[in-house]
Design a protein around this ligand. Structure first.
Ligand code: FBP
Length: 561
């Protein structure tokens, strides 16, 4: 008989890892409160919308006298896309609640925020928790993208919490989920319903960050996994010397993952959406940037290379942005369009309906991209960027441009290409040591925010570049991260999304290094896989983005680590 090995040796070994906590969380804590906070902008409007949760101070946990806390029942929700370390947030939360009082209970709402409104839950007991320690994925309770936005949802949530004796909900999610956590906290506070709401910063995209949130969890592991794959591809390219690899990377709108992967792997070309927008580049400009590298390398006989493309690129190219906006308006809820049977009918319907400027852009696109741009919208009526094969579109456009150059005698190389999309490969990876520790600490820390009766706070761990004993645990009022934005024709309060800032150190570093990557010299870097056991400089290495941001802030101290 063959042995059915359900668990790999790594799974078994990794489950034994005890994540590190910040020094302050190792024993009893006391709360050190700072000055009252203001929202990121639009203070008057936000204060009016959040009268009960506005202005609270940032808090820090420091070692204190032991005290007794009553038992507490808590509900936890995983919201949005998977990110490595989600299970450890829940494990840290569980362990923290049990340390506070052995009789505390943790309930997991199933399948994301809809678990709260549909009353789908399970109690998370010690043996369930132990099965998921330091593992990737969100499968312990599942996740979903339902938005908690409406009062009936808040009331349904309060109903199940009352039934289970839950007095706090921890929402693990990205910027939108934490915006909703903040609205929920305000609603319960306004109605005098005894349910506190705490958020935890999750997303591989890295776009939930600000002066108090240094990094969202999952970014470290996911970008290391993609960098390993890119490095492997580069080594293959450098061995066979016959393909150009176009690699699209997840990240939705923000290019943080692409930027981080470029800093780790040194591709020949790296496109950053935020730069394309800031410099008002057209699609042709982007294509020429790639073609320039292909031609220069071909002159030295190097008919191979790598191009990194961020997932959200098209929405940042001004002419495409205008086209996509008009398509979103035209197609959201358009039943006439939905009834059309053939691709050809759909294509001519759209072409006729578009304004002449956008129609002429639409006509220049490869047919498969035109089709993808008109596919099903998301719940908000927007195009789903992860379904647009931008890397394939760029390949076609580069090929066209090269054939013109060839006819003019300006290019004599060979152009064979392969396309890749890395996203789902990294979202459920085993969390790196950093993410395992960071997530466990975020969860454990959330249990203290709950025990201290705080609401509308995001669990925060700062000083994350340094080793865990120097980490600073505490909480930041979510409302302090808010501003007013126009979404779907309405002014709404939302957490400000952090896109790549061209003035910040990570982009400036890319800008300084990339000219030497695009030409003929072999400058590829091969970071290799995430390591869990071995020397700390290998296993606990932080991502370049965090290092560069900390170095810009702390100077020499960051270099010393
Ligand atoms: P979150 O913002 O919810 O963390 O999700 C991030 C992400 O992985 C994006 O990078 C990607 O565009 C999107 O999710 C894909 O969504 P889906 O899982 O619904 O296909």
């Amino acid at each position: 008989m063959f042995e059915d090995r359900k668990k790999s040796p790594l799974q078994i070994e990794r489950a034994k890892y005890q994540p590190n906590l910040p020094m302050a969380l190792l024993g009893a804590v006391q709360v050190k409160a700072g000055e009252p906070t203001e929202s990121a902008s639009d203070q008057v409007a936000i204060k009016t919308l959040f009268p009960n949760t506005y202005g609270k101070p940032i808090v820090e946990f420091i070692p204190g006298e032991a005290k007794e806390y009553p038992a507490v029942n808590v509900g936890v929700i995983l919201s949005g896309g998977q990110a490595p370390g989600g299970h450890n947030v829940i494990c840290g939360l569980y362990d923290g609640l049990k340390r506070i009082n052995r009789d505390s209970k943790l309930y997991g709402f199933l399948g994301g925020p809809s678990g709260l409104t549909d009353h789908k839950y399970k109690e998370l007991t010690g043996d369930i928790i132990d099965r998921y320690r330091n593992s990737g994925g969100f499968d312990m309770i599942g996740s979903g993208r339902t938005k908690l936005e409406e009062e009936w949802q808040f009331d349904k949530g309060a109903e199940i919490c009352k039934r289970l004796g839950i007095t706090a909900i921890v929402i693990i999610g990205g910027d939108d989920s934490n915006t909703n956590a903040c609205i929920l906290a305000e609603y319960y506070a306004a109605k005098n319903i005894d349910i506190k709401v705490i958020g935890c910063p999750k997303t591989i995209d890295g776009d939930l960050k600000n002066k108090n949130i240094e990094i969202s969890f999952g970014f470290d592991t996911a970008s290391k996994v993609y960098s390993e794959l890119i490095g492997n591809i580069q080594r293959d390219a450098n061995s066979a010397k016959k393909y150009w690899h176009f690699i699209r990377l997840m990240g939705r709108s923000a290019s943080h993952i692409t930027l981080e992967c470029a800093l780790q792997t040194h591709p020949n070309v790296c496109i950053i959406s935020e730069e394309v927008e800031a410099k008002n580049w057209s699609l042709a400009d982007v294509v020429n940037l790639i073609v320039d590298s292909v031609v220069r390398r071909a002159e030295k006989g190097d008919n191979f290379g790598t191009v990194l493309v961020p997932e959200g690129l098209l929405e940042f190219v001004p002419e495409m942005k205008a086209l996509i906006a008009e398509l979103n308006d035209l197609l959201a809820g358009n039943n006439e369009f939905k009834m059309l049977q053939t691709d050809a009918d759909k294509y001519s319907y759209v072409l006729k309906a578009l304004s002449s400027r956008n129609a002429s852009v639409f006509e220049t696109l490869p047919l498969f991209i035109a089709k993808q741009l008109t596919m099903d919208r998301d719940a908000h009526g927007n195009v789903q960027v992860s379904l647009i094969e931008t890397e394939k579109m760029l390949i076609e456009m580069v090929r066209k441009r090269l054939s013109i150059l060839r006819e003019n005698g300006q290019y004599k190389g060979k152009f064979a290409s392969l396309s890749h999309f890395f996203g789902y490969e990294g979202r459920c990876a085993f969390p790196s040591n950093f993410d395992a520790d960071y997530c466990y600490s975020l969860g454990f820390n959330a249990s203290i925010l709950v025990a201290e009766g705080m609401t509308g706070y995001m669990s925060t761990i700062r000083n994350t570049y340094y080793s865990s004993e120097k980490w600073i645990a505490g909480g930041v009022p979510i409302v302090s991260m808010m501003n007013i934005e126009r979404r779907n024709g309405k002014n709404v309060p939302v957490i400000k999304k952090a896109l790549v800032n061209l003035d910040d150190a990570p982009f400036r570093c890319l800008e300084a290094l990339r000219p030497s990557w695009s030409g003929a010299n072999d400058t590829f870097a091969y970071p290799g896989p995430v390591q869990f056991f071995g020397p700390t400089e290998v296993c606990d290495r932080r991502v370049r983005t965090l290092y560069l941001e900390t170095e810009a802030r702390d100077g020499e101290d960051a270099v010393k680590g």
